[in-house]
Design a protein around this ligand. Structure first.
Ligand code: GAR
Length: 208
């Protein structure tokens, strides 16, 4: 099977990137992680990438708070293209994409979000879900478009909210599911089994 070249953008801890790297290493994910880029030079994810022998780069995001400056976004896109990246995975990347990345990687950027979208978009989704009092929380992998946490949904996983949960314990259990479904979604993409039809993503049967 063809090996899919992926690149990750991440801002912090990097547990989702690590889960993906583990699955590549143990042979369950037919991918090669070409590069991990962070907008935060102290991000733990850069250390994780290096420990797996993956190129890890801090790229200045510019002065804006929640987005990349347009020239900076072009730089991100240029580097990913130079690495031959075919799919970009956002893993705790805390900036909204607006320009070059969306243009250059149309329908080829995924994100993981710690809620059952379209509920609880934005930051601290797990805490929002807990405070709202939902009985079922979860996580979502979706394609990224110009909307915030609004692109076509690929996979979701439910996590029940327990009586003695705190936002932190709930977030931990959601994270475990994130680590599973992100690799599952990337694998489906690598196998050519995702077809975007408007808002819906059709998962095609496996070609034996
Ligand atoms: C994850 O829970 C991810 O879903 C979330 O940030 C965390 C990053 O953890 N992303 C968002 O909230 C995006 N809106 P990680 O760095 O350990 O993968």
């Amino acid at each position: 099977m063809k090996i899919l070249k992926i690149g990750a953008l991440a801002s912090g801890r990097g547990s989702n990137v690590e889960a993906i790297l583990k699955n590549i290493k143990n042979g369950t994910l037919p991918c090669e992680m070409r590069i991990v880029i962070s907008d935060n030079k102290d991000a733990n994810v850069l250390k994780i990438a290096k420990s797996y022998g993956v190129k890890a780069l801090y790229v200045d995001p510019g002065k804006r708070k929640h987005t990349l400056e347009p020239e900076r976004e072009e730089e991100y896109a240029r580097i990913l293209k130079e690495e031959g990246v075919e799919l970009v995975v956002l893993a705790g990347f805390m900036r909204i994409l607006k320009g070059a990345l969306l243009r250059e990687f149309k329908n080829r950027i995924m994100n993981i979000h710690p809620s059952l979208l379209p509920s609880f978009k934005g930051l601290e989704a797990q805490k929002k879900a807990w405070e709202y009092g939902v009985k079922v929380a979860g996580c979502t992998v979706h394609f990224v478009d110009e909307t915030v946490d609004g692109g076509p949904i690929i996979l979701q996983r439910c996590v029940p909210v327990l009586e003695d949960d705190t936002p932190e314990t709930l977030a931990q259990r959601i994270l475990k599911e994130e680590h599973k479904i992100y690799s599952e979604a990337i694998k489906l993409f690598a196998e050519g089994r995702l077809r975007i039809e408007g808002r819906r993503v059709r998962i095609l049967p496996k070609n034996e």
